[in-house]
Design a protein around this ligand. Structure first.
Ligand code: PNS
Length: 164
């Protein structure tokens, strides 16, 4: 089978069990999977890029064909540099569809030979998003089971102990 490098891009602020589920599935389909954290986020992130990369590396260290990287600028340019053939994205509920469709078609226009592949996370994670995790945790709710324990620990440090 051909060696296929796939890129799984996103903000990952922070990584959730839904992301991890997708990484696990992707790692079984592609020879190499690079999780790529966007560095020029327009939104105000809770975790810095290096914190997000650190958490991703810790959470994926046991999967040998997964690596973690950062990128800025156009995703298709980054993919071209890496000689990746596939962009991996997760699709949860119907509400994700329009945003994903727009991105996919724009990326296809920019790089026709780069394919976007969608995977669905396990049912238990279809409603989990980084935004909701941040919001629920900051308001005192439990996110146990929705993020890896190492992320829960980091959330505690960041939100309640004010650690940068
Ligand atoms: O986790 P997110 O925030 O939904 O990920 C969005 C991401 C990083 C995949 C998207 O914003 C992106 O690819 N940004 C890079 C800039 C770019 O290429 N924009 C055009 C996409 S059509």
């Amino acid at each position: 089978m051909a060696e296929i490098l796939a890129i799984y891009p996103g903000s990952f602020d922070p990584i959730t069990n839904g992301h991890l589920d997708l990484i696990d599935r992707g790692s079984q389909l592609f020879s190499q999977l690079t999780v790529a954290v966007l560095t020029n986020l327009e939104k105000d992130p809770l975790f810095s890029v290096s914190e997000r990369v650190e958490m991703l590396r810790e959470a994926t260290h046991s999967i040998p064909n997964v690596s973690v990287d950062t990128f800025s600028g156009l995703l298709v340019e980054y993919a071209r540099q890496k000689q990746a053939k596939v962009i991996l994205r997760g699709i949860r509920a119907f509400t994700d569809y329009e945003y994903e469709l727009q991105m996919t078609l724009m990326n296809r226009r920019l790089a026709p030979d780069l394919e976007t592949v969608f995977l669905m996370p396990a049912l238990a994670y279809t409603y989990v998003s980084s935004r909701l995790v941040r919001e629920v945790f900051q308001l005192g709710g439990s996110v146990t089971g929705l993020v890896p324990p190492l992320v829960e620990e980091r959330l505690h440090q960041k939100v309640f102990q004010g650690k940068a």
